[in-house]
Design a protein around this ligand. Structure first.
Ligand code: NAP
Length: 305
């Protein structure tokens, strides 16, 4: 844990970075660590696009950012809905000239066994397929040196990717689906990094684990008594806060230390080695192609695999 309740940008040591003139899109920034990171980047001077489904929470985040002098706006899209994500990408393209930082953060741990309209597991769809779609739709809107940042999880370490189980109907635990979707986040981030690099682009793509944050998504998904226990952990100094989680996002968005770094995985503002499964390039290429197939789109950056 990074001790003390300092602001994320201070925890990350980027409080003196000037992000004015930069446009940042943080998905899942109505709540949790996404909101903390969005506001932190607003304090650094960035213009921020807030995303989520909750209109009231989105407007309150925009108000907070405007109070800091940020030119902020809210876009709403349900990540279970492919059309909504496409419309969100079109709305963003119209609203801004360029995106300097795209943070793929929306997500969480969702109900057991639920399938989306595409017939795939809910965790896999919200946590992986939608950010894949949004990012590939926005490729032409990214600044030439943009940073794409994906919120993964340490949970990736306890799973191997079984795409057939995520795609075919059948019993599947929410925890297994969640961990696989977070492994998919690292695969996606690394495959994007490789293809952009092969294309000669200076856009970078990195992923990170934000920490274990009681009172946030994990404890909300637990049964009542365990949830209350989870809430108690808020006061335990060995767990992380949303500010801690947001610190690594702010670090990857703003720090000069990571300039040019791509295809890397971070935790607590430091480069880490992800699990062996997360370094499997064949699995990354396969996931990329199958994600495009599932969404019924042409394989993005197909010439640069
Ligand atoms: N908390 C942890 O301990 C932990 C650990 C490892 C990784 N993570 C990852 O960190 C990220 C943020 O988690 P958090 O803890 O900050 O969670 P959170 O407090 O529950 O916030 C989740 C955000 O995602 C958005 N979201 C959720 N479902 C959505 C949907 N169907 N469509 C569009 N937006 C949706 C929410 O917005 P609306 O409610 O407005 O839709 C909210 O802004 C997630 O990717 C999570 O997997 C968290």
């Amino acid at each position: 844990m990074i001790l003390g309740e300092r602001d994320p940008e201070v925890k990350a040591g980027v409080q003196d970075v000037d992000m004015s003139g930069q446009t940042v899109l943080v998905t899942g920034s109505t709540n949790g660590l996404g909101r903390q990171a969005a506001v932190a980047m607003g304090r650094l001077g960035a213009d921020v696009i807030v995303h989520g489904r909750d209109q009231a929470a989105g407007e309150s985040a925009v108000q907070e950012l405007e109070g800091l002098g940020s030119d902020a706006q809210f876009v709403s899209a349900d990540y279970t809905d492919v059309t909504a994500v496409r419309e969100m990408a079109a709305e963003v393209e119209t609203a801004v000239d360029e995106i300097d930082v795209l943070c793929n953060n929306a997500g969480g741990l969702f109900e057991d066994g639920e399938r989306t309209d595409l017939g795939v597991d809910l965790n896999f769809h919200i946590n992986h397929l939608s950010p894949f779609l949004l990012t590939t739709e926005l490729l032409d809107t990214l600044a030439s040196d943009a940073r794409v940042i994906t919120t993964a999880s340490i949970g990736h370490r306890v799973s191997s990717l079984n795409l057939d189980a995520l795609i075919e109907p059948g019993p599947f635990s929410e925890w297994a689906a969640y961990c696989q979707s977070k492994l998919a986040n690292i695969h996606f981030s690394n495959e994007l990094a490789r293809r952009l690099d092969n294309a000669g682009s200076d856009v970078t793509s990195n992923s990170f684990h934000p920490g274990i944050i009681p009172g946030s998504e994990f404890s909300r998904a637990l049964p009542g008594p365990i949830q209350q226990f989870g809430d108690l952990l808020d006061d335990v100094p060995l767990t992380d806060s949303p500010e801690d989680g947001a610190a690594t996002m702010a670090y990857l968005a703003a720090s000069g230390d990571v300039e040019g770094d791509t295809g890397k995985y971070y935790a607590r503002c430091r480069k880490r080695r992800p699990a062996p499964d997360a370094r499997d390039e064949t699995a990354q290429r396969d996931l990329w192609k199958r994600s495009a197939d599932l969404l019924g789109i042409e394989e993005p950056l197909a010439d640069y695999a």
